[in-house]
Design a protein around this ligand. Structure first.
Ligand SMILES: N[C@@H](CCC(=O)N[C@@H](CS)C(=O)NCC(=O)O)C(=O)O
Length: 231
């Protein structure tokens, strides 16, 4: 039995954005949470984020008196304080290395490379300097190849059990897939389109597993009550 935070977790949110990760973890535990955003108005939601924190990004989360940004840190904080050992390996288990790596790879390498590469490809007049092109062009494919090779050996990123690293990796897998499918609109990331992921059977099997989770479905219904946002 886990000990939920004393007060509902407040998630400053934008529909379809990375703040859904925190709602997803709360749903996995059955913890109460409150989503703060302006339904149907992405700009107003973004402005509200700017009033809550100088970083103006989703998620911003209040856990009691503690306000945090950075989704992996928020998930890990919640697990360490309230998780009772669930959804992360213990520090002395061999799986801890993969858990920590994927938990942080998601934003540090996965999203970073997908976003930069998409930007390079979209700015057609922009000729990146050779060293930028060398590092970032093809980066999304490398992210997906690494994830595919990992998921060929085990059902989840950190082994046989679902963890917060899987919550973190859901978003970058879709973002990297979008780079491989330049025809796909950015909005394809807000639903389970699998754009650009056709050549990755193990990533697809992983996505099948995680989107089937009742907690994932409850989180998506709560964070996008009117369905995927238009932009
Ligand atoms: N690394 C951060 C990224 C947060 C982030 O950039 N969120 C996007 C939405 S998915 C956002 O708020 N963008 C608006 C902005 O940065 O102004 C995290 O994982 O929490």
């Amino acid at each position: 039995m886990t000990t939920p935070p004393d007060q509902p977790i407040i998630i400053h949110h934008i529909e379809g954005r990375r703040s859904e990760r925190i709602a997803w973890l709360c749903e996995e535990f059955g913890w109460p949470y409150e989503l703060r955003y302006v339904p149907g108005d992405l700009v107003a939601s973004l402005e509200a984020l700017g009033e809550a924190h100088v970083m103006r990004m989703a998620p911003i989360v209040d856990i009691g008196a503690t306000r945090m940004v950075e989704s992996a840190a928020i998930l890990e904080y919640l697990l360490l304080r309230h998780g009772d050992g669930r959804f992360r390996p213990a520090h002395d288990r061999p799986e801890i290395a993969d858990y920590l790596q994927w938990l942080h790879f998601a934003e540090g390498s996965g999203m970073f490379r997908a976003l930069i590469e998409r930007m390079i490809l979209q700015l057609t007049d922009y000729k990146p300097p050779a060293e930028v092109a060398y590092v970032y062009v093809g980066g999304s494919r490398r992210v997906l190849d690494f994830a595919e090779a990992t998921l060929a050996t085990r059902p989840y990123f950190a082994g046989d059990a679902f963890t917060a690293a899987d919550i973190m990796m859901h978003f970058p897998l879709r973002a990297a897939g979008l780079v491989l499918d330049p025809e796909a609109p950015l909005t394809a990331i807000f639903s389970d389109t699998r754009c650009g992921l056709g050549a990755y059977p193990h990533i697809n099997a992983f996505l099948d597993r995680i989107v089937a989770r009742p907690a994932f479905q409850r989180a998506m219904a709560a964070t996008m009550p009117s369905g995927p946002p238009p932009r």
